[in-house]
Design a protein around this ligand. Structure first.
Ligand code: C5P
Length: 218
């Protein structure tokens, strides 16, 4: 398909979700939050009492996932899961189920189905490497672990949740390590990706940079 895809990959809490959604809005493109599919798979596994380690069972849950993405709202089995899937526990579960090749395979076509006119912005870990290798623009968006932990901490406090900065930093480093070390679709900086380090950069600036890169290639 010639429908353009902008792939935005990077580690957790790098701000890529916010940046990707803003770019999609600016261009009038569709938006795929691929991490949400892994998070929904983890949530559905919990609902069904399935162990994250049971690859076959989790893969069959992923293959039959009854999920809908509405404007700013995510449904699982017709129930609002938008907030539920953002918890640290579900993020942790997502990164465990995401290590299974059969789970990744089960979600592959569902992700590719998001590629529709006039274009798509997709964020995740393997958008540029596996799901959309022909993406017209690949961005690796990151920030230092300390800065990412700070941002996540602020978010949690703003939501009225209790959070300990050092614990968050440890979780982030653990999840990054798992995402980088896995054998299938690891988080990696592709040779054809543009690197965007937002450690000392606001959201607006990051969005502008990606839009500028896109404007250069079309
Ligand atoms: O991006 P997000 O934090 O929502 O992703 C949750 C987890 O899902 C990640 O830690 C990662 O292990 C997994 N994931 C993945 N491939 C993607 C998107 C997310 O393996 N394309």
């Amino acid at each position: 398909s010639s429908t353009p895809v902008i792939a935005i990959d990077g580690p957790s809490a790098s701000g890529k979700g916010t940046v990707a959604a803003r770019i999609a809005a600016a261009l009038g493109f569709h938006y795929l939050d691929s991490g949400a599919l892994y998070r929904l798979t983890a949530l559905a596994a919990i609902h069904r009492g399935v162990d994250f380690k049971s690859q076959q069972e989790v893969a069959s849950i992923a293959a039959t996932l009854n999920a809908s993405f509405l404007e700013g709202m995510i449904l699982l089995d017709d129930e609002d899961a938008t907030e539920t899937i953002r918890s640290e526990a579900i993020g942790e579960g997502a990164s465990q189920v995401a290590t299974h090749p059969l789970v990744r395979q089960a979600l592959l076509q569902r992700q590719r189905d998001f590629q529709r006119d006039p274009g798509l912005v997709a964020d995740g870990r393997d958008m540029g490497s596996v799901v959309f290798p022909n993406a017209v623009l690949k961005v690796f968006l990151t920030a230092s672990p300390a800065e990412r932990a700070n941002r996540r901490h602020k978010q949690l406090i703003a939501k009225g949740e209790s959070a300990i900065l050092t614990d968050i930093l440890q979780d982030i480093e653990q999840r990054d390590a798992r995402d980088r070390a896995r054998t299938v679709a690891p988080l990696q900086i592709l040779p054809d990706a543009k690197l965007l380090d937002t450690t000392q950069m606001g959201i607006d600036c990051a969005v502008r940079q990606v839009l500028n890169w896109y404007a250069e290639i079309i």
